[in-house]
Ligand binder design. Structure first.
Ligand code: SF4
Length: 319
């Protein structure tokens, strides 16, 4: 299978100035992560707020520059892209946001919102704009009657459909879905997830799916990466990571996800405290202050990702 995106040892440290001690400190938002995503595949990125998921998305979108490491689109390093390549990069990589309303200009009609990317990237000639807008609206389950309406005339779910139509208008290879259903009613969430899955099947798009809801990630992902304080602590195919999780952090996340079957017992593992500040990452295993399985070595030795089975890896001294 074609590799679409590869992220290699990617780091993003934000420098901050500690006025009290007049010294420089760093927020290690992303701290040496690597993964790849093949054509038509979804990698789910999961973790609490502050784990580095959204910063990872911004780095891949080239909205912020990495401190070190590299990102490859179809084998080509982003560092080697010139202005012309970069325009193609901006076409090939799209994003669907959590809040579609913020991403849609309230003063533009849906027709104009969808024509904008078609014209910037010269996807069709201007004579075909109306037909293409009709086609895009029909793909995402909206009607051509919606063309001349404004974003405020739609429900949250419909706005997300418009956001998706805008993303697929330029025929991208890869879409970053950043919490695309977390602001929607539960009844609408599954419709949007099914739409994204259908588009992937029909258009062979690859997704990086960022979410904190584990059930959503399980539903859409082929592979899963669990992030904690800027690092990937567990990675593997979705079934292995969810059914045979090896890292105590993943076990706690999985145990606290709501189970739709009321007859099944939920053996909830309660995580102690909050995720620590990425300015003061604990020594040794960064998870040790919250880990119920921590042993002495965890306080001073960092665990690295190691094989559990096949491609399944986890960063824990107990493996
Ligand atoms: Fe817990 Fe130690 Fe494993 Fe870290 S290395 S997850 S502290 S058992």
């Amino acid at each position: 299978m074609n590799e679409i995106i590869k992220v290699l040892n990617l780091k993003k440290y934000f420098e901050i100035h500690d006025v009290k001690n007049s010294e420089k400190k760093y927020v290690k938002a992303v701290d040496g992560i690597s993964f790849s995503i093949n054509e038509g595949e979804t990698l789910g990125l999961v973790g609490e707020s502050g784990s580095g998921k959204t910063t990872t998305g911004k780095l891949i979108l080239n909205l912020i520059k990495p401190t070190s490491g590299d990102i490859f689109l179809e084998g080509k390093s982003l560092k080697s892209f010139n202005k012309k390549n970069m325009k193609k990069f901006r076409k090939d990589i799209q994003v669907v946001f959590q809040n579609p309303y913020a991403a849609l200009d309230p003063k533009m009609t849906i027709r104009d919102i969808l024509i904008e990317p078609l014209s910037i990237h010269k996807i069709v000639s201007k004579y075909e704009y109306n037909n293409e807008v009709r086609r895009l609206l029909s793909i995402v389950g909206l009607s051509e009657k919606d063309m001349n309406k404004f974003p405020h005339e739609f429900s949250g779910g419909q706005r997300q459909r418009i956001g998706i139509a805008k993303a697929i208008a330029v025929r991208p290879k890869f879409i970053i879905c950043d919490e695309p259903v977390s602001a929607l009613d539960v009844s609408v969430q599954s419709q949007i997830l099914n739409l994204l899955c259908d588009l992937q099947r029909d258009l062979k798009i690859s997704y990086l799916f960022i979410a904190h809801g584990l059930n959503v990630i399980r539903h859409v992902s082929d592979k899963v990466a669990v992030m904690y304080l800027g690092k990937i602590v567990e990675y593997g195919d979705t079934k292995s990571v969810f059914d045979d999780c090896a890292h105590p952090y993943t076990k706690a996340l999985v145990s606290s996800a709501p189970i739709p079957d009321p007859k099944r017992k939920n053996n909830n593992i309660v995580l102690k405290g909050e995720i620590p500040s990425p300015i003061n990452i604990p020594e040794g295993c960064p998870f040790h202050p919250r880990c119920k399985d921590a042993i002495e070595i965890c306080k001073n030795k960092k665990p690295f990702l190691r094989k559990v089975t096949g491609d399944h890896m986890a960063a824990c001294h107990l493996i």
